[in-house]
Write a protein that binds this ligand. Structure first.
Ligand code: ADP
Ligand code: ZN
Ligand code: ZN
Length: 760
């Protein structure tokens, strides 16, 4: 007997599934996308179970309205992934599954267009051999049509009409002669093929032309060993590819993937990258290497894709038409039925952690997926996260080391610490935040025609504007934070709520008109550099200078073309870029992170400085990193100067162990947001007392609720409660029971649970 009911996951917080009656003429299957009514809304849900019984009274049951038959059901592995993530991160399955789908699929009204089919014309073998010679030489339009068909795999009606309006009638004649055949293809696919050369964009072409200069390099011994180890893996093996910056990790990925596709022509692989801005660079490198593939075999998945393109790419992965998916963290939840290898580049990056909604770690889910499917996963980094490194120390993950730069004449830069305290004592103090030594080094680069980077992790002009007379400081009306001076557009801006105001003429407290900017942001350093290094072309790259679509790529193109002498910027300039002429990196104001309340600040600083240092000397043996600091003897900087990640990691792990911090214990946070701080704290206190009564919670310890570091954002106060346990299992069980009870507390306030939080 056919199943009459289905249980559907919907994007709502309740962890239940919702029962619906199945009256459609096809067989229901788990993994189908279904259009349903929920309350007064229309929505799309995911069928999780099919059944012949239901506990819901018949008069309250509703019918499934329609299903997306064109989208093959999501498979069992994917549904398990969703179930795991939902359980682990304390969310409902619907809250995990539906946001993981492209927007177009979640809106049934958009299905017809996505799956509409259109006619496409293709030359037959006979057509290919006869055309265009069989046409009269003077039939120019016909010849154009023939050539267009010869050049492309197939052409849709719209494209053909562009060639000349009556072409379609002509093609019917050609069809009768056996030169052309007509196929039906989903418009999405047809469009995609047409989009290909354009969607890659100008910058990709620039990068590609640079790439042409390099043939596939011969692997060095370390790279070869790494590739062999990866190729030998026939089951779940988590590899940590620990390679210094510029050691050619990408080449290892490429060889590993090429070997995989040789062995399994129908396999799929997922390559994850942390930063959306690196997609064009990565995409072009991979496209160039797999240029013998149809272009549709490689797709990207990230949040800057237009809705339709994202849906098409997602479907290409889901139907296994795409072999290789390159994507940012959201790609970890893509449906990849033939997934056979996962690569996570720069695995330590905090960008792999989703900070809203389902707060998942894409890196961790990638490892889970690899384990589920018994396939290898490669975590690449010059500075692996301490969690990952600790796994290698315990032999749970396999280390693969690349210890030197791959390019023959490149070497790691020499790292020097500029002791700002000494410079000051010696009377060499400059007021603009730049040290004498850095300015001198920058001028030398300018003379030699080499490029420099200046890294400063703070955008704007000055983080504080204060009154000299009374000490009044401009804060944000809505947040517990100072507002930042942005000089180019003459605005004060809050970096927490985005609020803006004009620059005050005088101090509202005492009327003094001498308001002074304190501290340095990238805009101020840009100004200082232009004055200090005369004649240098200075370019700034940060969230402000790259607001407009395409501007990041435009700036990078300028940099790569050599039209810039000094690039100043935030961490945006640190990541992944293969700048070939940079021989000097200056680092400003990094000391604050040494004394942060956040126990991960040191780890992050070390990784960031290694990363930014890694931009120097990628084609040169003589390059330098100059770090301005008041703490030139700090062990973190000393380890950095030795390029000693392993030493740093050992010390940091020992400290973590002594202090009972992750990865030696496991953490979760309950965060509450309310207009009144007391409401948030009260809720957390109540939550804490519930927690204490949960059986098994003895193994989970919690701290007192505390206001968050920046307590108020957009008038909303935020507070948090931290849980810790030495047992992952105990923590998970407790959380599960706790969240069920928290949902019953009736309060007008927002709260969320975050497992394995990165920011505390
Ligand atoms: P990483 O990701 O480890 O920082 P990349 O993969 O960007 O390093 O490689 C740095 C540079 O080294 C690239 O320009 C790459 O083409 C080059 N490269 C990689 N492997 C080799 C090799 N075996 N011989 C010569 N050059 C190489
Ligand atoms: Zn004042
Ligand atoms: Zn604000």
């Amino acid at each position: 007997m056919p199943f009459r009911y289905v249980r559907v996951a919907l994007d709502y917080p309740l962890s239940t599934l919702y029962d619906y009656r199945w009256t459609l003429p096809l067989r229901p299957m788990p993994g189908m996308l279904a259009q349903v009514r929920f309350g007064r809304q229309q929505t799309v849900g995911l069928v999780i179970e099919v059944s012949n019984t239901t506990d819901v009274p018949q008069n309250r049951l509703r019918d499934i309205q329609s299903v997306c038959i064109e989208c093959p059901p999501l498979n069992e592995n994917w549904l398990q992934l969703i179930a795991f993530a939902a359980d682990y991160y304390q969310r409902s399955r619907g809250e995990v599954a539906l946001p993981a789908l492209p927007q177009v699929l979640r809106n049934a009204a958009r299905w017809p267009k996505l799956f509409a089919r259109e006619r496409v014309y293709q030359l037959t073998v006979a057509g290919r051999s006869r055309l265009p010679n069989a046409l009269p030489t003077r039939a120019l339009a016909l010849r154009r049509l023939a050539k267009a068909l010869l050049r492309s795999d197939s052409l849709g009606v719209a494209d053909i009409r562009l060639i000349y309006p009556k072409a379609i009638a002509k093609l019917e004649q050609w069809q009768k002669r056996g030169w052309v055949h007509i196929q039906w293809r989903s418009t999405a696919e047809a469009q995609k093929i047409n989009d290909m050369p354009r969607s890659s964009g100008q910058s990709t072409i620039n990068i590609l032309s640079r790439l042409d200069q390099y043939a596939v390099p011969d692997l060095n011994a370390e790279q070869r060993a790494a590739v062999e180890a990866i190729n030998a893996a026939r089951s779940f093996v988590p590899f940590v590819l620990h390679g210094v910056t510029g050691s050619g990790k990408t080449e290892v990925y490429l060889h590993g993937l090429a070997a995989l596709f040789d062995r399994h022509p129908d396999a799929q692989a997922l390559v994850m990258i942390p930063e959306i801005n690196l997609t064009p660079q990565f995409e072009s490198v991979f496209r160039a290497r797999f240029s013998h593939w149809p272009s549709t075999a490689l797709v990207t998945l990230h949040s800057h894709l237009a809705d339709d393109e994202r849906a098409r790419n997602w479907l290409a992965a889901h139907t296994a038409n795409a072999r290789l998916v390159i994507g940012t963290r959201l790609a970890v939840l893509a449906s990849l039925p033939r997934l056979a290898m996962i690569i996570v580049d720069e695995e330590h990056e905090a960008a792999y952690k989703q900070q809203e909604g389902l707060r998942y770690s894409a890196r961790d889910l990638a490892v889970w997926r690899a384990k589920q499917l018994s396939i290898p996963v490669v975590l690449g980094s010059a500075t692996p996260s301490l969690e990952t490194w600790w796994h290698t120390c315990q032999q749970r993950y396999t280390r693969l080391a690349l210890s030197r730069r791959a390019v023959a004449d490149a070497a790691l830069p020499k790292v020097q610490l500029i002791n700002m305290a000494l410079e000051k004592q010696a009377g060499h103090h400059r007021a603009d935040g730049l040290s004498i030594s850095l300015v001198k080094a920058l001028r030398e680069r300018l003379v030699r025609g080499e490029q420099s980077l200046v890294f400063l992790n703070r955008r704007g002009y000055a983080p504080v504007l204060a009154c000299d007379a009374c000490g009044w400081v401009i804060g944000c009306q809505r947040c517990s934070a100072y507002v930042v001076l942005h000089k180019p557009d003459q605005r004060m801006r809050c970096h927490h709520c985005g609020g803006e105001s004009c620059i005050p003429q005088a101090c509202p407290a005492c009327g003094n008109i001498d308001l002074a900017p304190f501290g340095q942001g990238t805009q101020r350093i840009e100004e200082a550099l232009s004055k200090a290094v005369l004649g240098a072309r200075v370019l700034r790259m940060d969230a402000d200078s790259t607001q407009h679509k395409g501007s990041t790529q435009a700036l990078l193109t300028e940099m790569h073309a050599g039209d810039v002498d000094i690039l100043v910027g935030t961490q945006m300039i640190a990541k992944g870029h293969d700048f070939q002429r940079v021989t000097l990196v200056g680092v400003l104001n990094s000391d604050t992170a040494l004394f942060s309340h956040d126990f991960r600040a040191g780890e992050r600083l070390f990784a960031r400085l290694m990363q930014v240092s890694g931009r120097a000397g990628r084609r040169s043996a003589l390059s330098e990193v100059l770090i301005q600091t008041k703490y030139a003897q700090h062990p973190l900087y000393l380890a950095l100067a030795r390029h000693d990640y392993i030493g740093f990691a050992e010390t940091a792990l020992a400290e973590r162990r002594d202090a009972h911090l992750p990865p030696f214990i496991f953490q979760a946070l309950l965060r509450a947001e309310a207009y009144g701080l007391n409401d948030a704290l009260q809720f957390l206190n109540e939550a804490a007392s519930i927690l204490d009564k949960i059986p098994g919670s003895e193994c989970v310890m919690h701290y007192d609720p505390v206001p968050m570091n920046i307590v108020k954002v957009m008038h909303v106060h935020r507070a948090q409660l931290l849980l810790e346990s030495a047992s992952r299992f105990a923590l998970q069980n407790t959380l599960r029971a706790w969240v069920l009870q928290l949902r019953k507390i009736k309060r007008v306030l927002r709260w969320n649970v975050e497992v394995d939080p990165l920011d505390i």
